[in-house]
Design a protein around this ligand. Structure first.
Ligand code: PAD
Ligand code: ZN
Length: 363
């Protein structure tokens, strides 16, 4: 039997989101239906609402979530009703060219639910990142459910489903930050602060946080920044060089997704250093840099999709670090809100008032 629940829908470019009744089908083969307990508000949801990802409106937003498996499709064996899971948007296929070469973190053919959730009139919804978890119940591919220790509360564990994992992984996996490295992180929202926390976990020696909002820089120190730079007042590239013996950082992580900050990242790294772009640009953005600088500076220019994470490997491990007090995931949660408060949360995110607003559902 399909179920009807409330969900947060973006109906058109730039329109405020609305709370709508959505129809969630019974799980078919390879699918699972999950009772969502908490779902964080990520900047990517706002990108969807603004039409910056694609035009497949209406979207069912929300993708950073934890919950409990409510039912599973007939052939699903590795997941059971009642399992506590974090939802992921990288259910790897095991058979694409990336998976076959032993690089499943790049899987080019990840699984989502086959059936569509719909509005009451039958209009098919596009779930954000194949999840759609600003809803009391959502339908996903079984592989999108990663079991973690239920001792971690859902508003905390769910954050690993997107932004915090993206930031941690940008440092740990894509940037391969190692003990003794110097690191700079440009943009200290949830993603950037997670990159800072990741750099600290990896043993970075210097961690420079760059933002245009002093409140964000204060928070960044808490996650491990050793230096802070307000790039509204000073030149970010100069300041990063100054903090790194005049050379630039070994790894610079851009966590905004804008050409001007990418350019800062490009010039703020040491020779043979690495730039990691984890911020998501919009399709109209362009960058114009002298090609000789690409050659002359050497090193690596990388993008980080989802922190190059493997959910089955990384989520349980990071939850364990959290439970041991070694990763302050709880400090990313600025507030818990109701399902009707997502539009207001976008507004707060826009004004820099929060790291993460997390929608909590009644148990
Ligand atoms: P956020 O809005 O919470 O944080 C952005 C931060 O950047 C804020 O602290 C701003 O003050 C700061 N900022 C804005 N403009 C500037 C500037 N010119 N110079 C310095 N700082 C500035 O967003 P978020 O942390 O949730 O997400 C950040 C990006 O990461 C965003 O583009 C999002 O879509 C992307 C993302 N990527 C992945 C991935 O897999 N690559 C996953 C999740 C999110
Ligand atoms: Zn996200």
């Amino acid at each position: 039997m399909s179920v009807q629940v409330q969900g947060v829908v973006a109906r058109g470019k730039g329109l405020p989101v609305s709370l709508e009744t959505i129809v969630v089908p019974d799980p078919g083969p390879g699918e699972a239906r999950v009772r969502v307990q908490a779902c964080g508000v990520c900047h990517t949801d706002l990108h969807y609402r603004e039409g910056a990802i694609n035009d497949a409106f209406p979207f069912l937003l929300g993708h950073e979530a934890a919950g409990v498996v409510e039912s599973v499709g007939p052939d699903v064996t590795d997941l059971a009703v009642g399992d506590y899971v974090v939802l992921n948007w990288r259910a790897v296929c095991g058979t694409c060219r990336a998976c076959l070469r032993g690089r499943p973190q790049y899987c080019f053919s990840t699984f989502n639910a086959t059936q569509k959730m719909t509005l009451l009139d039958g209009t098919e919804l596009s779930p954000a990142l194949g999840i759609g978890a600003f809803a009391e119940m959502t339908l996903v591919a079984a592989g999108q459910c990663t079991k973690v220790d239920p001792a971690a509360p859902p508003e905390v564990a769910g954050l690993l489903g997107c932004g915090v994992m993206a930031g941690l992984g940008a440092a740990l996996n894509t940037g391969n930050v190692s003990r003794g490295d110097t690191v700079a992180v440009i943009g200290c929202g949830g993603v950037g602060d997670a990159a800072i926390a990741g750099a600290r976990l990896a043993g970075a020696r210097t961690i420079v946080a760059v933002d245009i909002d002093d409140r964000k820089l204060e928070k960044a120190k808490h996650f491990g920044a050793t230096h802070t730079v307000n790039s509204r007042n000073v030149d970010a590239v100069e300041a990063i060089r100054e903090a790194t013996g005049g050379f630039g950082a070994d790894v610079v992580i851009e966590a905004i997704g804008r050409p001007e900050t990418y350019e800062q990242a490009f010039f703020a790294r040491d020779l043979a250093g690495t730039v990691v772009l984890v911020g998501v640009p919009s399709p109209d953005m362009r960058i114009d840099l002298p090609l000789i600088e690409f050659f002359g500076r050497g090193g690596a220019l990388k993008s980080s999709w989802y922190g190059d994470c493997l959910p089955s490997r990384d989520f349980p491990m990071l939850v364990d670090l959290y439970l041991q007090g070694r990763l302050p995931l709880q400090d990313f949660v600025s507030e818990t809100i109701g399902i009707g408060d997502v539009e207001a949360a976008f507004e707060k995110m826009h004004h820099g008032d929060v790291l993460r607003s997390v929608v909590k559902f009644d148990a």
